[in-house]
Design a binder for this molecule. Structure first.
Ligand code: ADP
Ligand code: ZN
Ligand code: ZN
Length: 804
């Protein structure tokens, strides 16, 4: 038997391996296997099995990682679609689709280039002792090695590596190495008898097999060790030879969310009833159908999802609910547990690998029938899916920022179409794409135009910060209006949320004398000042240095810290309102797992009066006592050179405003801006999505941006600027003159011209047809492969969310 294996390498084709006799009948479609490839072991996905030997020699599969398929045929097919649509290597797609990503870890290694291999070969005969460069080449001849390994073997290796790299004899590569699962502690392994082997066995191995044969079914290895002496070692050894079924044990799920309060039977609003009825009808009919549930903030979309999922389960079909990265709080999960109890599985990137694997298994075995999941949960192993809900469908976290750069919402639609399921996309501020699809009749639009219990939408006021400055002659973080409103809330014991969508204390440091700005040495961006840690930090690569005391260019002492961030807002809140309890949520305060939820829960229960932070505070949260939302600066992000800048600003402001007045008392929102006339800000203040859509759609149509064209961003990266530029120019020539129905912008330097020491050039392709775009991208990928560009040099982003 021979297996075609898709590998995580930048090639489209699969590679054929022989199935060794020990694995005969065990290797199945959709299982992961470990195979030798270019001098190392890689994990790949079995995508085809056939009895005929291919031409030429083949190597053996080294190990089988899954006794049962991790992807069924539908998911394999979905993976193939993703690979094609997003122009990504299928092996990378399958890896992203499998749940136990934690078993594989990325490693930076050095490997020989062709020139290096040649040099090593030619010189290998002579006396090489003393030449550490050649020593390294010879080490690498055997296999790629991590820098640390080389350093341990060769003195002063760092310098030599750099020289060899400059000479083009070695290159850095990122490889994936699987961690040996059999190295796990015995408590975490499960063993099961398969067959009595004919191989010669040691005593402990024989005893173990006899024991397991007499006790059929899976056993925890730890407990077997108590019965059979030396079982731990024997089991691993048998497992490695494929003579015993051994796999990681999946611990029970210990989410502390299971307590369930009494369920209040709710009377649906008429709009909720209508939406539920329409979705139920579609479920009754069966087959694919997509809805866009457009509901203002606080209109009770979640209730519609819950009832629809209930209806789906009643039909005997399973349901999948996707939520944005930070949308899956315990408060949200609790609503699902309350409704569906143990039938819910949670797939979230913030839960540990083992726990996630456990939840995954419960879904696969049908013990859980509802999955609540973030982006990659779109691949949840549920069969007979009847309904997929995508909450906050406009949210950016649905788009993966690494290869494969898929969009979870769009993959959900394709999966549903494929298996004949319904889809509900919900949002108060749908993406332009989704609303456009609804207008064209591809989705059925359902509207929840009012908040539940006839609560009013919050009253929004724009505070013109230019006028404020003229009147006060002061550049203040809080306008007089906003400061007064906060004070009022403190007096009344109500809560305030303050949005400042930028981290750090000041956004940059500059010299007052010569104008020099302090930039990251690796990236073409300014460093952000973080006050508490007293350091300048790069938000792209994580580089940090001490705040400068003198200008690095002219040596002047007059360094100014300009621009504001969430840290400064917190600081100024504390000095302006010394009695208030203030908390901040951004990526600096919530690095650890669960700290986001902890702060949010404390705010919810009234421990804090004011919560400030970045967009993390703006999304989804439903906290009744918040009656004031302030936006410190609506202008951040508005001026970015990105065609989605206005859309993103509108969404953020509308969502933030929607946090106010969700309880009994009406809410108030104050938006500070220096662009009070900008349509994104004006329509957000009116909370009028339709007006915004119409204006923005007109602009997109005129400029031929999505949803009126198929868009891709072609990014070329290189450590040497001239090299990156030359590569980009090569691609540019391929698209010259622009093919019919295609518009090409660039190649030009990307807006952020350098990140992590890599120079970046980009080309933006707008095509009237998807097919056209696909052909162009395929030819570009082909060119890069033919010219043997390094894997990291070319990035193709189909339907990019950002062009930065
Ligand atoms: P959205 O997601 O549309 O902003 P939510 O689903 O968070 O709104 O609902 C807002 C609040 O209204 C929640 O506290 C929810 O429990 C409550 N709610 C939902 N439907 C009803 C209803 N029919 N009657 C009363 N309260 C409701
Ligand atoms: Zn200076
Ligand atoms: Zn940097």
């Amino acid at each position: 038997m021979f297996a075609d294996v898709s590998l995580p390498v930048p090639l489209t084709r699969a590679f054929t391996y022989r199935v060794p006799a020990t694995l005969e009948h065990r290797v199945q479609l959709g299982c992961r296997v470990s195979v030798p490839f270019a001098g190392r072991l890689l994990t790949g996905m079995v995508v085809a099995l056939n009895p005929d030997a291919p031409e030429g020699g083949t190597r053996d599969i080294a190990r089988l990682l899954d006794e049962e398929p991790v992807l069924d045929e539908d998911l394999l097919k979905l993976g193939a679609w993703i690979a094609n649509y997003y122009c990504a290597p299928p092996g990378e797609v399958f890896r992203a689709m499998t749940p136990l990503g934690g078993e594989v870890h990325r490693r930076r290694v050095f490997e020989l280039t062709d020139a290096g291999r040649e040099t090593a070969r030619q010189l290998v005969i002579g006396d090489l002792t003393g030449d550490r460069g050649l020593q390294i080449l010879r080490l690498l001849e055997a296999r790629p090695l991590a820098e640390a390994t080389i350093k341990a073997k060769v003195e002063n290796a760092a310098n030599i590596l750099r020289t060899l790299e400059k000479k083009g004899l070695i290159a850095r590569q990122t490889t994936d190495e699987e961690r040996d699962p059999l190295r796990a502690a015995s408590e975490r392994l499960r063993v099961e008898f398969t067959a009595r082997p004919s191989a010669k066995l040691r005593r402990a191995e024989r005893e173990l097999l006899s024991y397991l044969e007499l006790h059929p079914g899976p056993h925890n290895l730890k407990s077997v060790e108590e019965a059979v002496k030396g079982a731990g070692h024997a089991a691993r050894s048998l497992g490695r030879r494929g003579l015993l079924k051994i796999e990681a044990e999946l611990p029970a799920v210990g989410l502390a969310l299971r307590e369930v309060g009494p369920r209040a039977e709710r009377v649906l609003t008429p709009a909720q009833s209508e939406a539920c009825a329409r979705i139920r009808e579609a479920l009754d009919v069966g087959g694919y159908r997509a809805f866009l549930l457009e509901g203002v903030t606080g209109s009770g979309k979640t209730e519609v999802y819950l009832r629809s999922i209930e209806a789906c389960l009643e039909k005997g079909r399973n349901a999948l609910m996707l939520v944005p990265e930070i949308g899956l709080t315990p408060a949200v999960a609790a609503q699902f547990f309350e409704r569906f109890g143990e039938g819910v599985a949670i797939l979230h990137s913030a839960i540990g690998d083992a726990e996630r694997a456990g939840e995954w298994r419960r879904l696969r075995e049908g013990r859980a029938r509802v999955a609540v999941a973030t982006r990659s949960g779109v691949f949840a192993p549920l069969d007979r899916i009847g309904l997929i809900v995508v909450d906050e469908e406009h949210d950016q976290s649905y788009k993966q920022q690494d290869t494969p750069r898929y969009h979870g919402r769009d993959v959900a639609l394709v999966r549903a179409l494929d298996i004949g399921a319904c889809v509900v996309l919900g949002s108060a501020t749908p993406s332009l794409e989704s609303r456009y699809n609804a207008e064209r009749g591809k989705y059925t639009r359902l509207e929840l135009a009012e908040r539940v219990e006839k609560r009013p939408l919050p009253k929004v006021e724009i505070v013109d910060m230019r006028a404020e400055f003229l009147e006060t002659r002061r550049m203040a973080t809080f306008s007089r209006r906003l400061a007064a409103a906060i004070a009022e809330r403190l007096e009344r014991g109500e809560q305030t949320m303050l949005l400042m969508n930028r981290r750090g204390f000041s956004s940059y440091a500059a010299c007052r004398k010569c104008g020099e700005r302090i930039e990251c040495p690796n990236c073409a961006v300014t460093l952000t000042f973080h006050h508490r840690e007293r350091r300048m930090l790069c938000h792209y690569c994580g580089y940090a240095e001490r705040p400068p005391e003198r200008c690095p260019k002219c040596d002047s002492e007059h360094i100014q810290f300009l621009g504001s961030g969430s840290e400064r807002v917190e600081d100024e809140l504390r000095s302006a309102f010394p009695k208030a309890h203030v908390a901040r949520i951004d990526r600096d305060t919530v690095s650890g797992k669960g700290s986001f939820e902890r702060i949010l829960a404390a705010f919810r229960s009234g421990d804090y009066d004011i919560l400030t932070g970045t967009q993390m505070i703006a999304k989804g949260h439903d906290i009744a006592n918040v009656t004031l939302v302030g936006v410190v600066s609506a202008d951040i992000g508005l001026s970015l050179p990105d065609f989605r800048a206005a859309e993103r600003t509108f969404q953020l402001l509308t969502q933030a405003a929607g946090r106010a007045g969700r309880g009994g008392r009406p809410g108030e929102v104050l938006i500070q801006t220096i662009n009070p006339d900008h349509y994104a800000i004006r329509f957000a203040a009116e909370q009028n999505y339709t007006k915004f859509y119409e204006k923005e759609a007109g602009f997109r149509q005129a400029m031929r941006y999505p949803p009126f064209a198929a868009l891709a961003n072609i990014l070329v990266r290189g450590e040497r600027k001239d090299q990156a530029e030359a590569w980009a120019a090569e691609l540019g020539r391929m698209l010259e003159p622009s093919p019919e129905g295609v518009k090409v912008l660039g190649p030009a330097e990307a807006p952020v011209a350098r990140i992590r020491g890599e120079h970046r050039y980009q080309m933006i392709v707008k095509a009237a047809s998807r097919q056209r775009l696909g052909e162009i991208l395929a030819s570009i990928r082909h060119h890069a492969a033919q010219q043997k560009w390094p894997a990291a040099a070319l990035i193709l982003d189909v339907d990019p969310l950002t062009l930065l």
